[in-house]
Design a protein around this ligand. Structure first.
Ligand code: FAD
Length: 363
């Protein structure tokens, strides 16, 4: 008897989990979601992400382990499958100690510190000599990272899953347990993997009050600064951020941003957009021609996404709701891509525990 598995959600968490689960022919997988790759919606975080690998998990935490364990998978996909829309790119990180207590500074605290744990994970990590840093920068580092074109990568994951036999269906659920009755076999699912991101705050049977949005506003431009750049904070506001990255395969350059907790506003704020563009040019003048300001930026679009942040960290654990076995995998804040494989692997080990218990119960 195949394992009947429902993956609820088709963001990077659901698709990565489905991709790995679909590699076992014993698993019969239905991916159910309100939004699918190709959609742009404030309830769907994944398309808005940059997305790159800039680790932020505190050393010794699950978050650290999930990010550490994701790098080899992203590296392998980048090397083996150019059609997945990921490329290697240098990442330059700058730290200003004065940002330490701000919302952005706390988010980036592990990323920007000298001698971080990830120096042994990513290739080519090196410190930038103090003589090459601007006076306001306390330390800087550079390493090889990846930048993911989410408009290519998410459909690529769908393609890999369908090639392995997974079935995708649009569906919206008010209660998580109802998804067990929507498996494409027509039979009840053995287990649901809940990858609904921020919507788990409102989904019946879950209603997780620890979830909150960390609003990220971006400007996507045709200009190319070369390497990716991230700074620990800005002087414009404690929940504003400065980062940029050029996506693989013509995906444009993402200029960020913001990290506005509890802010649900789906509309781009034009004043914030101006500050984002000005900051980007100040730190990377090569974005525009000499002497040009923000008028030299060729804007593709403005965007807003809500990072599904969770107090206490992501929820990757077993649960049972109304007699239905659940494995949760949600609440990945601003690190859903860079922790995607680590979290999916943990979720899958929990799915295996559920399925083993089912088999034992039948014997
Ligand atoms: P989502 O992408 O939100 O997907 C949720 C899915 O669940 C959707 O398919 C939705 O339709 C479905 N769903 C929800 N409720 C229901 C329901 N009731 N019934 C049916 N379906 C439902 N991360 C990085 O690692 N690197 C980065 O550089 C990065 N940059 C970012 C920049 C911005 C501006 C933003 C906003 C985020 C960024 N992130 C980054 C974070 C990353 O985008 C998120 O952590 C990740 O996308 C979360 O994915 P998810 O699959 O958990 O949730």
């Amino acid at each position: 008897m195949p394992n009947k598995i429902v993956v609820l959600g088709a963001g990077v968490s659901g698709l990565t989990t489905a991709y790995l689960l679909s590699q076992d022919p014993e698993n019969q997988i239905t991916v159910l979601a309100k939004h699918m790759p190709g959609d742009y919606d404030i309830e769907y975080a994944s398309p808005w992400a940059g997305a790159n690998y800039m680790p932020v998990g505190k050393q010794g935490t699950n978050h650290h382990a999930w990010e550490r364990d994701t790098w080899p998978a992203l590296k392998e996909i980048t090397e083996k499958y150019p059609e997945a829309g990921i490329h290697f790119l240098d990442a330059i990180i700058y730290n200003r100690k004065k940002d330490q207590e701000t919302a952005t500074g706390k988010w980036f605290s592990e990323l920007v510190q000298p001698n971080p744990w990830y120096k042994d994970v990513v290739p080519d990590f090196r410190d930038i000599p103090a003589s090459q840093l601007a006076p306001e920068i306390d330390n800087g580092q550079i390493f090889t990272s990846v930048c993911i074109n989410t408009a290519v990568y998410l459909p690529w994951l769908v393609g890999q899953c369908t090639k392995n036999g997974a079935v995708f269906k649009r569906a919206v659920f008010k209660h998580i347990a109802d998804a067990a009755n929507a498996h494409h076999s027509g039979q009840k699912a053995d287990v649901i993997v809940n990858c609904t991101g921020l919507s788990s705050k409102f989904l019946g049977g879950v209603c997780d009050e620890n979830l909150l949005p960390a609003r990220g506003q971006i400007v996507v431009v045709r200009n190319d600064p070369g390497p990716m750049i991230g700074l620990s904070g800005t002087d414009d506001g404690e929940d504003e951020a400065l980062y940029m990255m050029t996506r693989a395969a013509g995906g444009g350059t993402i200029l960020g941003g913001s990290y506005q907790k509890h802010n649900w506003d789906a509309l781009p704020d034009p004043n914030l957009a101006n500050r984002i563009m000005k900051r980007a040019i100040a730190i990377a003048p090569q974005l525009v021609k000499e002497g040009e300001g923000i008028e030299g930026l060729d804007i593709i679009r403005h965007g807003v996404g809500l990072r599904p942040l969770r107090e206490g960290g992501p929820r990757v654990e077993k649960d049972e709701v109304a007699g239905v076995k659940i494995v949760h995998n949600y609440g990945h804040g601003g690190f859903g891509y860079q922790a995607s494989f680590g979290c999916a692997e943990t979720a899958i080990s929990l799915v295996k525990e559920v399925l083993q218990n089912k088999t034992r119960a039948k014997l």
